[in-house]
Every structure is written in C-alpha cells, then in structure tokens.
Design a protein around this ligand. Structure first.
Ligand code: BGC
Ligand code: BGC
Length: 599
C-alpha cells in the first residue's frame, strides 16, 4: 500500500544501474528479512510498548496524544463513527493526525486503522456502495467480487485507512438472523469461493498495490449457525459439522493470505468463541497455519465469565492477539500489565501476539508509508467505481418468476406506474452498515434510486407515475412495485416473522386489481415469506440490498442486461419451514438454492 509500487519500481531501476552483471557486488550487508526486523523490534520493546500494540481503541475515545503516551497500536471507527469533516479529505486528515501521534513514539511503530468497509467504504459520504454480500453470492462470479473488493480497497486507502473488517464469510443457516445479508450465502462452497476472492481483492497479492488494504475474515467461527438465528447466539453442532459447514471459508481465506481474522461473539456448544483456545489456537493457528493476527469483536472480551481481569486473561491465553476495546482500552492496558506481572499471562504469549501484529504491519509496507497517499482521493465514488458496482447489481438480481415473459419490460410504454415504499429510497436500498451503523431510510448519500433509474431507462415519451400504495394504476401499461425491508444491522435485525408487511401486500393487491401486469422487486436482506403476493404478481425479482447503483436494477427490468443471478439461499415457503438449507434430507423450499431464471 501507499506508494509501494512506485518505490519498488525505483529501487529496481536503481539496482539495475548500480550493479553490473557478472561482477561480484562489493561486500554489502544483506537487507534484513521481515522476520529479522520484527525480532529486532520486539527485543527493543518494553512491556508497555508491547501491550500497546495489542490494544485497539475507538477514534472518538482517544486523541493523537494518547496514542503516543500509551503506545496504542490500532484504532477503529465503529459503525457510523466519522470525523467532524466527513469528506474523504476530512477522513485522511483525521487518519494522518493519529498516525503522527504514533510516529512520535520512541520506536515509531505506525498504527493500523480499521473500519467496517463491508460493501464499499460505507461510512464515508459519497463513496460507492456495493450490494451486500448476500447479493454478491448470487453472482457466482468470484472475479467480480475480487474487483469489487479492489475498488473498495482503493476508496478505503484514499482516506488513509489500512484495514477493513471484511469479508464476513458467515455461512448463514437461518434467515431469522439479522446479519443474514452480511454472508455470501448458506453453503460452505459460496463462503470459500467468495472469501478467497474478497481477500485477494482487498490485499492484492501480498499488498503489492499502493491501494491494497488488510482484510479481516469474520466472525470465527460458526456465527451463521446459531440456534433460531439469534445474533451472538449458540451454534450447536458436532465438530464434524462445524468443520464441514463453517470452517472451509477460513481455509480459503488463509490460502489467499488473509492477514487478520475476527473472533465471533457467538458460542460453540455453549462455550464463547472469545475463550475457545482449542479453536483459536489449536485449530486456526496450529492446524490451519494461520500466520496473521486475531482481533476480538467489539467488547467481546466483556462477554466472558468472571471479572474483567479474568476475562482478559482467558481471551489472550486462548489466542487473542488484539483487543477491540473501544472506550475502555486504558482498562485493558492496565489489566494486561498486571496479568503479565503476576504470571497469569506468559510473556511468550504477549510476544507471539506482538510478533503477528508487527509482521502484518511490515508486510503491508506501513513502516515505509505510514501516511495517506492523497493521490488516490479522486477515486472515491468515481464513475469507474460506480460502473463496477452497477455490474455487481446486474449480476446479483435473481429473477424468480416471469409469467408470460413480462420481462424485459418495454421502454416505449405510454404509462408506467412505479409503486411501493422502497421505490425511491436510497437508504432502504443500501441497508445497514451505510453511513450509520444501523443504516437509515432516505437520501443518505449519493446514488440512484430504482424510481430514478426507471425514469432514466424509459423513452422520453413514457410517463412514469409514482404511487406509494399502488392506487390509481388503472390504464397504465404495467406496474413496477418495489417493496420489502427497511435498514437494520446485527441483532436489531433478528426476526421471528419474515412475512411481508400489510402495506406491502396492499400495494400488490391494489396494482393487481387495476388489471395491469405487475412486476415486484423485493429489496431485502434475506428471502421473505411471499405466499401472500406471489400469485398476484406476474414477475418477481429478488434485488437484495443493491446499494447506490440502482441503474443496475433497471438494466435487468428493461433488457439491457439478461438476468444471470442464482439464489444464494433456499427460499423458504413459510416461517415454520426455516431453517431450510441445500442438502437437507427433507427439502421442499419455495425456490431451491441455485434457482434463477433468465429471459
Ligand atoms: C460487529 C463486527 C464489527 C465490529 C466493529 C461488531 O459489533 O459484530 O462485525 O466489525 O462491531 O464495528
Ligand atoms: C458501533 C458498531 C458496533 C456496535 C456493537 C455500535 O455502537 O457503532 O460498530 O458494531 O456498537 O454493538
């Protein structure tokens, strides 16, 4: 990252000039390897400096001066935690001021700044927002997912930030879960295929591009398998099943060189993952050979049994390397110091954690280029980036019904009705983790709503009328209804009922009663129960949470791009059928995993 390429070009050029072939080069000390640099640095570090590297604070709870005084090694932005100047330049300024704090320390170890860039650089106004992973899973196109991650990396790097808490590679087995949309789908195959692609896109091949950033596969392990889809719940499966369903995504992420992995809030058979030495150390680090570092989830340590010191002791001895302790990082530092001094955490464990973190910082080129490369700023939200997102939208749409070949729609109709609450709502289209943690309805950033996209797609002679409830549609050539969920994130999206709202059902009923052909576009973070409307709509398309590039939805509706998307989830016929997943012994979903029409 950060001017890395330019530098390597220059040094290769210089080498070519300075050493003539065939002549033995004059005795020169060999440049130390990264491992040697790391060992040398560790040998010079005090305990306070080491603990600082293991500490991650939230930006709003720390100042650049405190970064220097406490040797803090990492900062994060929680969901929606933006600097006062929320422009890309404002972010870069904030980053650089924290970095300046780190570089004032005795050993000048740069900070690593992390953020949830989970569908584009989604905390930054004006950044391009991609479809959430559930839609990307439907593309079945890992090279497109790699491209999307690369674009995201460029926008993140442009604001200085080094690290995204992404990809979420949860294998989601129960659609009640509020984080269903964050995973690529319900099968280990999708998780593996896309985790490798995303890690490559973010990190490049060993951080070879000036705009590559550190990836973080999450949440290790079994987050998508909890009983009844409870967020942060308990995954009750035997080890064989855990390995078969929930582990493969991590194996491919490691193969792709993922530099960090986040521990899950959830438990496996009753034991919290943040305390699970067998899975964190024996399986992940030893058996699978993970060489990067493990970061805890937001205050995840505090969910362990015992007093604070015991919680910290348990997590670190289980294999945790960096602690996401947003507001209470000072308390964390004091606890670790005491635990080491009283022998409850061995020094070797501290050194292992610090070694892993420093190795990643060196591998990324952070020591050489700690500050923001501002030449990248113009890329944030650029047309070229929006074009990649639009392609992701096109390929993620899944056409589930197309009676009488209603699609593609004619662009030359006289009268078109667009209806439903999600037709002209950019915030609903983007979902959670957009500008704010939970997301928000309305005009939250720059982009194109479905209604705007439809207006752009049709001929200049076509009259497009918006009707929120679907009334007044009689006489129109056809109607496009855009319904579904509003934004949510994490546990706030857990649901026991995924049926459509009565308002949404009314929209479709009103349109149907007008006697015109109806296509329904569902904007949602997961499959919903559509038995109330499926017979009343001629065509039905799952659009998931497409993000800012609504034109991609219109491309499919009007035949500018033929639908290719395939379901990343089995589509449940009823609530009582959930969980229903590919490979079940009794399997009768409304639409099978992998289903998707074209025209
Ligand atoms: C979420 C993580 C996220 C972290 C930082 C947690 O609540 O579970 O996925 O990376 O917060 O925002
Ligand atoms: C933060 C999120 C975090 C969540 C955890 C929120 O306040 O903004 O980043 O994931 O808390 O509960």
């Amino acid at each position: 990252m950060k001017n890395f390429l330019l530098l390597s070009f220059l040094s290769i050029a210089l080498l070519n000039v300075s050493c003539k072939k065939d002549e033995p080069t004059p005795m020169q000390p060999e440049a130390p390897s990264t491992d040697e640099k790391v060992e040398k640095l560790i040998s010079e570090m005090t305990l306070d400096e080491k603990i600082g590297q293991m500490t991650q604070a939230e930006r709003a709870s720390i100042t650049p001066d405190e970064v220097s005084r406490y040797f803090v090694g990492s900062i994060l932005s929680g969901g929606g935690s933006a600097p006062q100047d929320d422009s890309p330049t404002g972010w870069a300024n904030m980053y650089d001021s924290f970095q300046a704090g780190a570089l004032k320390t005795r050993l000048k170890i740069p900070i690593l700044y992390g953020i949830d860039a989970v569908h584009g650089h989604n905390n930054v106004k004006g950044a391009v927002i991609f479809p959430h992973n559930i839609g990307l899973g439907c593309t079945r196109n890992p090279s497109l997912v790699e491209k999307a991650a690369k674009v995201t990396a460029e926008e993140v790097a442009a604001t200085g930030i080094d690290w995204t808490f992404s990809p979420c590679i949860a294998v989601v087995r129960n659609e009640r879960w509020g984080r269903t949309y964050e995973g690529f789908g319900e099968t280990p195959e999708l998780s593996s295929m896309m985790s490798e692609a995303a890690v490559k896109g973010f990190q490049g091949s060993s951080f070879d591009s000036p705009a590559s950033i550190l990836a973080c596969a999450k949440h290790f392990v079994g987050d998508g398998g909890t009983s009844d889809g409870h967020d942060q719940g308990n995954t009750v499966v035997d080890e064989e099943t855990l390995r078969k369903i929930h582990l493969p995504g991590y194996i491919s992420a490691i193969k792709a060189g993922v530099g960090s992995i986040m521990v899950s809030f959830s438990s496996w058979n009753g034991q919290k993952m943040h305390s699970h030495k067998y899975l964190l150390t024996d399986v992940l680090k030893k058996e699978l050979g993970f060489k990067g570092f493990l970061v805890s989830d937001w205050l995840g340590i505090e969910q362990l049994p015992g007093d604070y010191k015991t919680q910290v002791e348990t997590a670190i001895n289980a294999g945790l390397d960096m602690a996401m302790e947003p507001g209470n990082w000072k308390q964390f530092i004091a606890a670790v110091k005491d635990l080491v001094n009283t022998g409850r955490i061995p020094m070797a464990r501290i050194d292992d954690a610090v070694r892993r973190i420093l190795k990643v910082k060196y591998d990324m080129g952070l020591f050489e280029h700690p500050y923001t490369d501002r030449s990248l700023l113009a890329l944030v939200g650029s047309d070229a980036h929006r074009e990649v997102a639009r392609q992701c939208v096109r390929e993620s749409m899944v056409l589930l019904k197309n009676q009488n070949n209603l699609l593609p729609l004619s662009k030359n109709a006289k009268n078109v009705i667009v209806a439903g609450k999600n037709a002209d709502d950019l915030g609903a289209q983007c979902g959670g983790w957009t500008i704010s943690w939970q997301g928000q309805k309305g005009n939250i950033t720059q982009g194109t709503t479905v209604l705007q996209a439809v207006k752009k797609a049709v001929s200049s002679n076509t009259k497009v009328t918006y009707s929120s409830d679907g009334t007044g549609a009689a006489g129109a050539d056809y109607a496009i209804a855009v319904i579904g969920e509003g934004p949510y994130a994490e546990g706030q999206g857990d649901r026991t009922d995924l049926r459509l709202s009565t308002d949404d059902i009314k929209v479709i009923t009103n349109l149907k009663n007008a006697g015109i052909p109806v296509v329904t576009v569902l904007i949602s973070g997961r499959p919903m129960i559509i038995s109330d409307i499926i017979d009343k709509t001629d065509a039905f398309m799952a659009a998931w949470l497409p993000g800012t590039e609504g034109q991609g939805v219109a491309d499919i509706l009007f035949g500018d791009y033929k639908p290719t998307g395939k379901l990343s989830h089995s589509w449940p016929a009823s609530m009582s059928q959930i969980p229903v997943n590919a490979g079940d012994q009794v399997y009768a979903p409304l639409f099978e995993y992998g289903f998707g029409l074209s025209y």
